[in-house]
Design a protein around this ligand. Sequence first.
Ligand code: HEM
Length: 447
Amino acid sequence: MTASPKTGGAGKREVPAVPGRLPVLGHTAALLRQRLAFTAGLRHHGPVVRVYLGGLPLHFVTTAELAHGVLVGEAFEKGIFVDKLRRAFGDGLVSTNGDFHRRQRRMIQPAFHRRFLVRYSETMSALADETANSWRDGLVVQVDRLAQDIAISVVGRTLFSTDFDARISAEIREHTPTLIRLGVVRALSPALLERLPIRANRRFDQAVARVHRVVDEVVGSSRGDREDLLSVLLAARDEDTGEPMSGQQVRDHVVTLLTAGSETTGAALAWLFHELARNPDVADRLHAEVDGVLDGRAATVDDLRSLPYTRRVVDEVLRAYPLWLTLRRTSAAVRLGDVELPAGTEVGFSPHALHHDPRYHDWPDLFDPDRWLPERAAALPDGAYVPFAGGLHLCPGHAFARQEIVIVAATIAARWRLVPVPGEPVRPKVFGLLYPSRLPMTARSRP
Ligand code: HEM
C-alpha cells in the first residue's frame, strides 16, 4: 500500500472514525490529554483512521509504509500547522508550501553544505569544551536548560556569527519554546479557541512579539559579510525577479532556524544524558569509546568516524524522542492505501508512535543503540524511522544536528559522568516535541 495520485474508484473504502468523538471538541480533548497514548493506540483501529480536531476531520495513517508515502508524495503539503504557525514563522521554511517554499529552500541550502558544516564543527567543539571546562566535581547541572543553552549558542555562533548577549539569549530561551509548545496546542484546537482573549493566546502573542523584536535586533546588527547563514540570506536573490529578500522575509527565516535548530537539538541532547544515566551499560561502552579516541580532549569533526557507538546512541535518542506529530494536507486527490482522499484533506501521523511500534522495532521501550548496527538497521522499512521527516520538507539541519549532538555529548562524556539528582522523576512533556521535565544531574569527574 502506498500513496499515489488518484487513478480511479477501485478499492474505495470508508475510513473508520475513532470512537470517543465529542460534540464541538471532537477528539481534541482526548488527544491533548493522553497525547502519546492516544496516537499509539490509533493503529488498533486500522491503517487510516479519522480523528476530529474540533469539527475538522484529520486522516491519521498508522503504518510506516503509508507515512513514507505521505512524506514523499507530491500531493501532500504542510497543513494546519502552516495555517496556525504562520503568525510566528511568517514565510519561513516550516510554514510555507509549493513553489515559494522550494525557491526559499534553494536559497538557504548553501549554508548547510559540507564546507560550512566543517567550519560550524569548530564552534561546536569550542562550546562543548568551554562547558566541560567550566564544571567542578559535584556541581548540580540543570541539564534540560544547559542543553537548550548550548543549542541556542551553537545556532547563534554558527548561523549568525554572533555571541548573543545574556539579555538576547534569555529572551530567546524564554520565548522560543512557547512558539512551538502553544503553537501545537493551537493547531489541534478548534479555530474558535484561537480568537478568545484567554491566557494561552496572550502568551503566544507576547512570545511572537518578543522573539520578532530580538531577531530584528540581531539582524540589524549584522554586517552580512561573513560565511554564515545570515550572510547567505542577505546576499540571496530571487531566481525570477533578482530581488533580495525583504527585511520581514529575512526575519522569518531567522526566527524559523533559531527555533527549529535549537529546541530540537537541545531536547535530544538532554535526553541523551538522561538515557546514559538510566543505562549504565550503554554509558560504559560510550565512555570506553570516547576515552580511546579523545583521551579527555574535545571531539572534532574528524573524530566522528571513529565514534560509531556514540553515533548509534544519538540515532537511538532520535528514535526514542522524535516529534509527536507530523501534519500534512492533500493538494490534489490522492489514494492512500485503499482509501481515496480529495484535495484539501488534512492528513497526519505520529513519528513517536511509529518509532515505538513493535511491528517495526523489537522491544521498542528498550534503549538499545545496537539496533542501529548496519545489518539490523537495514531491515527497517521506509517510514519506520523518520526523526527528520523526508521528502520536500526533510529537515535541512539533519547533518548539522547529528554532528552537534555527537561532538557535544562525546566532549562532555570524555570528562564527566552526569548522575541524576535523587527524588526528581523525569517525565516527557509532550508538545510538538518531547521535552524532559526538569532534569537536574550532578557532574562527577571521570578518571
Ligand atoms: C535533533 C535535531 C532536529 C530534529 C529532530 C529535527 C526534526 C525536524 C523535522 C521532523 C522536520 C520536518 C517537520 C515536518 O515535516 O513538518 C524539520 C524541519 C525543519 N528543520 Fe529540523 N530538526 C532538528 C534540527 C534542526 C536544525 C539544527 C535546524 C537548523 C539549524 C533545523 C531546521 C529545520 C527547518 C528550517 C525545517 C523546515 C524544513 C522545510 O519545511 O523545508 N532543524 N526538522
